[in-house]
Structures are given as C-alpha cells and as structure tokens.
Design a protein around this ligand. Structure first.
Ligand code: FEO
Length: 162
C-alpha cells in the first residue's frame, strides 16, 4: 500500500502525462496543417507514448489498490511558429516532466517507498532518452535553418520514427 500523499502526487503525474499526450497531438495536428507530414507522424508516435506513460501510472495505482482520480486536462496551444519552435517547446516541456518525476522520487525516497522508487526509475531513464531525442532533432533543424531542401529532408527523417 502506498501513502495518500504519494497517491495524490501520482494522480497529478497521470494528469501531466495526459496533458503531454494532448500537447503532442496538438503539435502533430499543427505540423500536418503546415505540410510537415514527417513531423506530424513523429508527434503522433509521441502522443501514443505519453498515453502509455499515463496508463503505466494508472496500472501501478490499481496494483497498489490505490484510487485513480482523473482531473481536467488543460487545453494546449494551437499553433507554433515552425518546427524548431515546436521541438524547442517539446524539450522545455520534457525538462519540466523530468523535474516533476524528480520531486516524486524525493517523496518516495523520504517515505522509503521502494516500489514507487522502482517505477519512477523507469520513467527517469525514459526521460534521458526523450530529452536526448529532442535535442538531436533541434540540432538537425538548426542545421537545416534557411534551406528548404534540408528542411524537407529533416521532415522526411522525422517520419521514419516508429
Ligand atoms: Fe511521459 Fe514525455 O514523458
């Protein structure tokens, strides 16, 4: 059994993961509207991943016989200046998620809640990969800056994400 405080904080994290999914669906839609099919596909994959993250926390609370409480999901922005703006916003958002997971880990450690620490470690490792991927895309888009041909190739490469 996990503490009420940890349950509350994990419920808040479920909301953050679902907001992340919503944010990436908005980015996918904006990318598609702007004609970037590769980036639209990249964000559609991210949309799915974030839902998976939310479900992983939901399943954990259920396994611990703790109550899942879903709150309202805030509306994300509707449009971004360009792909670089979108990916910079993505990296900034993920850094915020990493920070929230860190706070949860501090709480779980203080409560000597080893099961929650184990779960959180998986997420924290995942964040290292996500931030590295975002930084790599930002680098690619910065390199493509000013060249329509390079931007076309960058978008095509983004579409390769499975
Ligand atoms: Fe669920 Fe992008 O971290």
């Amino acid at each position: 059994m996990i503490s009420d405080r940890t349950t509350k904080e994990i419920n808040a994290q479920i909301n953050r993961e679902l907001y992340s999914a919503y944010l990436y669906l908005a980015m996918s839609s904006d990318a598609m509207y702007k004609g970037f099919k590769g980036a639209a596909a990249w964000f559609a994959v991210q949309f799915q991943e974030e839902q998976g993250h939310a479900l992983r926390f939901v399943k954990y609370l259920q396994d611990q016989n703790a109550k899942v409480e879903l709150g309202a999901i805030a509306a994300p922005k509707k449009e971004w200046k360009d792909l670089l703006d979108m990916f910079q916003a993505t990296l900034a958002h993920e850094k915020g998620i990493t920070a929230s997971l860190g706070k949860l880990m501090v709480l779980a450690a203080a409560e000597k809640d080893f099961a929650t620490q184990g779960l959180l470690q998986w997420f924290i490792n995942e964040q290292v990969e996500e931030e590295a991927n975002d930084a790599e895309v930002i680098w690619m888009l910065e390199m493509a800056s000013g060249s329509k041909g390079a931007l076309f190739m960058a978008d095509k490469k983004l579409g390769d994400r499975k």
